[in-house]
Design a binder for this molecule. Structure first.
Ligand code: MG
Length: 246
């Protein structure tokens, strides 16, 4: 990607950062995931942008909002109400002049149990370690190995069925960026690449199951899952996070 294209994706990332802050502030027991979806959509449209998940392969909402044992792709719903102690993963995307950003984080609803805090902390740190491995000259497998080693050393598992990806004009581009793998293997990372690194981490088995709605993915054993994602650019100086600004 050119410097200009990366700048547009940074704009998209800045917008998603605002969305995440607004949604985090709105999370409380009693709010529905539909309300969170509408709130975030208003923020994106307020900037004259479009939520790029809406209608993506027919997805019926602006964001994927996944609670507790839901891993990814939860459909916002008036029936899905947050309760004290839940963890809620919010995956957001927006495009600026056709260039995409993709950003996810897991948030606590009120006071949460120790195991819920642990999976959130480990997943967030695993993302940081994956990003640190995204140096020009390294390979995609270096990212996956860094994420997997940290997660498994902390007694948790990484989802295999869903992976990170390139980002650009399209929300999902090559290469795939798995959260597992072998250091030194896979496509070479070069300056100008933009990728989404997005560890999905489970408390128990890494195996996941699609639900009858055709979208929602849950852990096969009903245990918790967390998800953190940043869109990053590979620069000559190292990785630059496009979806997180001070
Ligand atoms: Mg993504």
């Amino acid at each position: 990607k050119t410097a200009h294209e990366i700048e547009l994706m940074r704009e998209a990332g800045r917008l998603l950062n605002i969305v995440h802050k607004e949604l985090e502030a709105a999370i409380r027991p009693g709010i529905s995931t539909w309300e969170l979806d509408k709130l975030g959509e208003r923020v994106i449209r307020g900037f004259g942008c479009v939520p790029n998940f809406l209608n993506y392969n027919g997805f019926p909402a602006s964001f994927c909002i996944s609670i507790n044992d839901e891993v990814v792709h939860g459909i916002p719903s008036k029936e899905k109400i947050l309760h004290e102690g839940d963890i809620v993963s919010i995956d957001t995307g927006a495009a600026v002049h056709g260039w995409n950003g993709d950003n996810a984080a897991t948030f606590a609803c009120g006071a949460i149990a120790g195991n819920a805090q642990h999976i959130m902390d480990v997943t967030k740190e695993a993302l940081a370690r994956g990003i640190a491995a995204a140096q020009p000259g390294n390979r995609v497998g270096d990212i996956g190995a860094a994420v997997q080693q940290y997660v498994e050393a902390n007694g948790l598992s990484v989802v295999r069925t869903f992976v990170g990806h390139g980002v650009g004009r399209k929300l999902h581009e090559d290469p795939e960026v798995p959260n597992f793998g072998t250091a030194g293997h896979g496509p070479r990372l070069v300056a100008g690449m933009v990728i989404a690194i997005e560890p999905m981490v489970n408390e128990g088995t890494h195996v996941v199951k699609e639900q009858p709605d055709g979208w929602t993915i849950k852990t096969a054993d009903g245990k918790l899952s967390a998800h953190f994602e940043h869109t990053i650019a590979i620069t000559p100086k190292g990785p630059a996070i496009l979806t997180q600004q001070a």
